[in-house]
Ligand binder design. Structure first.
Ligand code: COI
Length: 353
């Protein structure tokens, strides 16, 4: 793929990288590439970070035909730039695109585009544990048209944001509200796809949870409101009586790259890990019996986020006395050390730019 580069003449002043939040600072450049039916993907370019000018009838504004991905770049102690399993994001992008009728993007083009934009803005990669350069690739439908059908034109873009922890709690446990009123996804829907509609569907419950003092919601399945699916921006894991369980992928759960990574890590450590349907009632019962040892969420943005408390109806389930468990800490340490190139990557997960 040939990428034209137009560098900015006005480099932004970099903010202090000490207390980065999540997703409110953007770098100097962006990647953009167009798709036109019959012509495929074309005109890959890197340009100064700037607003878009779009017709008000642009389809993405009306019917939400869009997708996004999330991955991170890190600097290792030698100063090399590392990506973590970018091919997984490229593969998931195409799974999403297939579901919402958007054109496929070759895996190599995705990776080349990510490498090129990160390389140009590499001075924005923050150092420090828990910090990274968050990479947000996304595709929008751009036909100016009000009928409902797949668009014939699209834009694929990548923007970059230096970030710290997603939750203000950092690696400290978060409190989670188990949602009963709203559902995020249903079988046959788009729950497994990384598309904005899933997040739009989640905002109301998320806002309600926040106003009650909870960081996120735990979603139950859309049919029986019984089986545990995922947490707002993370997949979820439980350590129960020595073994680890995460909900199986039923079609309404996002297949997280970190979820897959944690499963692989646990297997190599010889810790029993299984993907199973687990109901909220079973979880409460395990907790009552003293068998619920740890709970944590996994995600690119959230990394590993221990859960200290679940609230379900009028029941409060406290996990590991509200403090991080040993296994959650071990996974966090190992994962972040591999991602930041501090220990050997025996799995071949990191990709040097
Ligand atoms: C990620 O973890 O990369 C995500 O896409 C979650 C996002 C909604 C913050």
């Amino acid at each position: 793929m040939n990428i034209q580069v137009k560098r900015t003449e006005n480099l932004k002043e970099k903010p202090s990288m000490d207390h980065l939040g999540f997703g409110n600072i953007f770098t100097d450049h962006m990647f953009i590439m167009d798709y036109t039916e019959g012509n495929g993907w074309h005109d890959a370019r890197i340009i100064p970070y700037q607003p878009l000018s779009l017709d008000p009838a642009t389809m993405v504004f009306h019917y939400g035909q869009e997708m996004f991905e999330g991955l991170k770049a890190y600097k290792n102690p030698q100063g090399d730039i590392l990506l973590f399993r970018p091919e997984k994001n490229a593969e998931r992008l195409n799974i999403t695109n297939n579901r919402i009728c958007m054109p496929e993007l070759p895996v190599e083009d995705f990776i080349d585009a990510v490498k090129a934009i990160v390389d140009i803005d590499k001075d924005w990669i923050p150092e420090g544990v828990g910090n990274a350069l968050y990479i947000r690739p996304f595709i929008i439908a751009t036909d100016p048209f009000l009928g409902v059908r797949p668009s014939l034109t699209y834009k694929f873009m990548i923007i970059l944001s230096p970030v710290g922890p997603y939750y203000k709690e950092g690696i400290n446990p978060v409190k989670i509200w188990v949602e009963q009123e709203y559902v995020r996804a249903v079988p046959g829907g788009i729950g497994f796809a990384k598309t904005g509609g899933n997040y739009a569907a989640s905002i109301k419950a998320q806002a309600n949870a926040k106003s009650r003092g909870y960081a996120q919601v735990l979603w139950l399945d859309g049919i029986e409101r019984k089986y545990i699916e995922e947490v707002g921006t993370m997949n979820v894991f439980f350590k129960i009586d020595g073994r680890v369980i995460t909900p199986s992928l039923t079609g309404s759960i996002l297949e997280g790259v970190t979820r897959n990574t944690v499963i692989e890590l646990l297997k190599t450590w010889g810790i029993s890990v299984s993907e199973e349907r687990i109901s909220i009632d079973e979880l409460i019962e395990y907790s009552r019996q003293g068998l619920l040892e740890e709970a944590f969420g996994t995600g690119t943005a959230a990394v590993i986020s221990p859960v200290g408390e679940f609230r379900y109806k009028d029941q409060v389930i406290v996990v590991h006395d509200g403090i991080i468990g040993e296994l959650s800490q071990r996974i966090y340490d190992e994962l972040t050390s591999i991602q930041m190139g501090k220990i050997e990557d025996k799995f071949g997960w990191t990709v040097k730019i």
